[in-house]
Write a protein that binds this ligand. Sequence first.
Ligand SMILES: [Zn+2]
Length: 539
Amino acid sequence: MFGGNVATLVLYNGIIHTLDKDRPTVNSLVISNGVVTYIGNDISTNLREYSDAEIIDLSGRTILPGLRDAHAHMKSFGKIDLQANLTEAQSLEEVAEIIREYAQKASKGEWVLGRGWNHERWNDRSLPTHERLSKAAPDNPVFLTRVDGHAGLVNDYALKFAKIDSNTKSPYGGLIVLGNDGPTGILVDTAMKLITDHITEPNLDETKSILITAQERCIAAGLVEIHDAGISETELAAYRSMAQDGSLKIRIYAMLKRDFFETTTMTPFKIGNLSCRSVKIVSDGALGSRGAAMLEPYSDAKEESGFMLLRNDRFRTVALKAFAEGFQVNVHAIGDKANRITLDVIESCLKETPILEHRSRIEHAQIVSLQDIPRFKTLGIIASIQQTHCTSDMNMAEARLGADRMKGAYPWRKFINAGVVIAGGSDFPVENHNPLWGIYSAVTRQDHEGNPPEGWYSDERMTINEALHSFTLGPAYASFEETNYGPLSPGKAADLVILDRDILKGDPNQILKTNVLATLINGKVVFNTMPELECITQT
Ligand SMILES: [Zn+2]
């Protein structure tokens, strides 16, 4: 099991928060063959019983159950370094300068790709247009996705290449933004497909290496499982191959992309660390690009109320196919209209095909009409939320939504009070992948500078235990794995993280300063900085 052929590992003299109801905090833990076999406080007197085991003195370090991200995008994350990173750009001019350099290094006609721009952080907060970009890169097609992945900016070369002009019709669920001189270069939601269809996707081997890059970053951050939210046939094949050749160290709960799922017949399966039994349906856009479908117009754009990306009948057809084939239905819904329609569609599908343990999920569930919150519980729908979205969006959200709708915005406390299961995540690379940042956002509703001082709509904050739950037991339940994963109880998989401080104690600021020292998955050390663990670290 271990690099040093040790079947049993004893960790003692630590602060071990198990999330086990009966024994929430202990100082010792024993792992045998990848499974937790003991938790308690009396092992130091019995160490002789473990003469065949590897015995590690934790010297007061903290152990938590391994952290799970219920919504993220591994391929986009692993690809970050292959594209221009625009997250720090403070203006369109800066974006254009970065792209000029990339274009100079590219050969003529080669695609220049970038991601992460966010006009909400610029002085000029109107949606950018293509002119500067077209000047900076006249000889290359350029496609730059917004930070949320729900809008793209292209240059003139790309518009011409894809034959997009004033006469091109916006596809259903998308928008080609037009100005006085034709397309502005902004393509929202499904309209991006007019461009992405022309860009060659990485092949199987390239995809594997991209996923491995992402995996290494995740395990170094204490993550033991990622729910990959919307994967293609190639990504699934890459994961399958990694699960078979042993290079998949992290657990992956795969959500298949809707268009892939629609054209395939598959039964749910599990190979090694890969589990495949859910489909991701995108019902609306995002708040930043005003694509989130709202019941009432946006407060800062009275003529807009977002849009649904999928017609209801098609939505129903996919959901029914998923239920019939034993797949879980995970629906991206950000606006209150998208959330309501999703609840309606799932309710009507369940009437037609009653399933007790469907565990359908609404991904994001960001702005929910107050009357719809109890329906999550009644229908058995999980709220799969990303706490850092709240603290990144807080300034923009209030402008978009107005004071009244804020009552149902990022309504974590209301979900918890209604008895709704919450699975936490980050949506990386939209947000940082560090799960401790998510836990910090959950308990503070503040940015990293501590603003606003009292927390943003602080009634909706989570306790530290609820936040931890959302990054451990919540995702385990949301992937039908609560009997195997979650708390550090005897019989559960030994997925855990060792930290340099106890995040349950002291100021929440400590959470941001916490370092991950080691990550174990199935009892195997997959990431390690501790000399004491070197003897059993896999290479
Ligand atoms: Zn996402």
